[in-house]
Design a protein around this ligand. Structure first.
Ligand code: ADP
Ligand code: MG
Length: 226
C-alpha cells in the first residue's frame, strides 16, 4: 500500500549538502506494525516526514495505494495527507489557543464536515481516550500524557489508513509512555498501519516488523519471531 522507490533526500545548508536518506526502497503493507530505530541523525524523522507527505524526495518516487503521489502539487498532497495519514509528534504540536476538543475537531473543520457530525465524532473520541473531562482545557492545562492523547485523537479523527508517530513517547515518563503506546497499538484493531519511530529499543521491539537505520540507509528490516 505504501512504497518508496529509490528515494533520496539531500538537504542543502549553506554550501554544505547533507544526505538524510540514501536510495531508500521500502514497502509497507496495510495493517503492519513497524518500528523504525537508529541513532540520532540516521534519517528516521526524514523518512517519516517523507511517508507522511510532509517532505518531498530529492529523487525517487512515492507510491501510496498504487498511485504516484510524488508528482502531485502541494494542495493535492495536502488532500491525500488529510484523507489517509495521521501524524503524531514527540512534542505534541497542539494548537495552544484551542481547547482539547477544538484541537481534535480541527481536521474535521478543514475537511468541511458539518458541525453536528463533528461534535459527535469528537465526543466519541474524547470518551474513548479518557479525555471527556478535559475537553474544554487548553493544552497548557493538560499533562504530557493527556496532550499526547489529544494529539492521537486529532491524528485519527479522519480515520486515516496509516498512523505515523515520531518518538511519541519521547517527552513522557515511562509509565505514561507505555499508556500512549498501548493506545496507538489499539488502533490496529481498526486495521490501521502503524509506524513508530523510536530510539527506545524496548518500545521498538514490540512492533511486528523492525527497521534499523544508519546514516540515511536501512541497515536491517526484520519480522519479529512470533
Ligand atoms: P533522526 O530523526 O534519525 O535523528 P533526521 O531525519 O532528523 O534524523 O536527520 C537526518 C540528517 O538530516 C541529519 O544529519 C540532520 O542534521 C539532517 N537534516 C534533517 N532535517 C534537516 C533540515 N531541515 N535541514 C538540514 N538538514 C536536515
Ligand atoms: Mg528524529
Amino acid at each position: 500500500m505504501i512504497e518508496l522507490q529509490n528515494v533520496s533526500r539531500i538537504f542543502t545548508v549553506g554550501d554544505q549538502q547533507v544526505t538524510a536518506l540514501r536510495d531508500i526502497n521500502l514497502r509497507l503493507d496495510a495493517g503492519e506494525y513497524i518500528s523504525i530505530m537508529g541513532p540520532s541523525g540516521s534519517g528516521k524523522s526524514t523518512m517519516l516526514n517523507m511517508l507522511g507527505l510532509l517532505d518531498r524526495p530529492t529523487s525517487g518516487i512515492y507510491l501510496l495505494d498504487g498511485g504516484n503521489v510524488t508528482d502531485l502539487d502541494d494542495e493535492q498532497q495536502a488532500r491525500v495527507r488529510r484523507e489517509k495519514i495521521g501524524f503524531v509528534f514527540q512534542s505534541f504540536h497542539l494548537v495552544p489557543r484551542l481547547t482539547a476538543a477544538q484541537n481534535v475537531e480541527l481536521p474535521l473543520v478543514l475537511a468541511g464536515i458539518p458541525a453536528e457530525e463533528r461534535k459527535v465524532r469528537v465526543q466519541v473520541l474524547m470518551q474513548n481516550y479518557g479525555l471527556s473531562d478535559r475537553a474544554d482545557h487548553k493544552p497548557d492545562q493538560l499533562s504530557g500524557g493527556q496532550r499526547q492523547r489529544v494529539a492521537i485523537a486529532r491524528a485519527t479523527v479522519m480515520k486515516p489508513t496509516v498512523l505515523l508517530a515520531d518518538e511519541p513517547t519521547g517527552n513522557l515518563d515511562r509509565t505514561t509512555g507505555w499508556e500512549v503506546l498501548k493506545l496507538l497499538e489499539g488502533l490496529m484493531e481498526q486495521g490501521i498501519t502503524l509506524v513508530v519511530v523510536t530510539h527506545d529499543a524496548e518500545i521498538g521491539a514490540r512492533a511486528q516488523r523492525q527497521i534499523h537505520m544508519l546514516d540515511g540507509r536501512i541497515v536491517s528490516d526484520e519480522q519479529r519471531a512470533k
